[in-house]
Design a binder for this molecule. Structure first.
Ligand code: ADP
Ligand code: MG
Length: 140
């Protein structure tokens, strides 16, 4: 298996409850290494651009409002098969369906306020990393 990269966001519901460290610990324990990290307040433009694939979905407007409602921590993660590994430790989108031991099972408040984002493919990981980070900000 190859060492690859993925993109993660610790969402406003988690930063509000001071869970940045707790979430990052679960990512690290899953074998992922944080090789870039920045705490930001997303602008509406950034949220709408980042989630553009969902713009026709009924939850798009609320999702952009939620993602701009407080600080987020954007991260690049590196590890063996990072996209899949991160999706496994994140758990299902809906925390009611998330497995024990996952971040969303432990911390998510709802299907919207579900504590973390993770890229769903290597190609999207590259696009999402480029959306938030310059190459020199990533130190692997
Ligand atoms: P994931 O984050 O697991 O990849 P999606 O890409 O399908 O999930 O959705 C992006 C985000 O939109 C979710 O993480 C969640 O915050 C929000 N979301 C998804 N589905 C719903 C829904 N039915 N109602 C409200 N918000 C949703
Ligand atoms: Mg997704």
């Amino acid at each position: 298996m190859a060492v690859t990269r993925t993109f993660s966001i610790i969402k406003p519901d988690a930063t509000r409850r001071n869970l940045t460290g707790a979430v990052t610990k679960m990512l690290e324990e899953a074998g992922l290494r944080v090789i870039a990290s920045r705490r930001i307040r997303m602008t509406r433009d950034q949220a709408e651009g980042f989630y553009a694939v969902h713009k026709e979905r009924p939850f798009f407007n609320d999702l952009c409002t939620f993602m701009t409602s407080g600080p987020v921590v954007v991260q690049v993660l590196e590890g063996e098969n990072a996209v899949l590994r991160n999706r496994e430790v994140m758990g299902a989108t809906n925390p009611a369906q998330a497995d024990e031991g996952t971040i969303r099972k432990a911390y998510a408040e709802s299907i919207e306020a579900n504590s973390v984002h993770g890229s769903d493919s290597d190609e999207n990981a590259r696009i999402e990393i480029d959306f938030f980070f310059k190459p020199e900000e990533i130190v692997g």
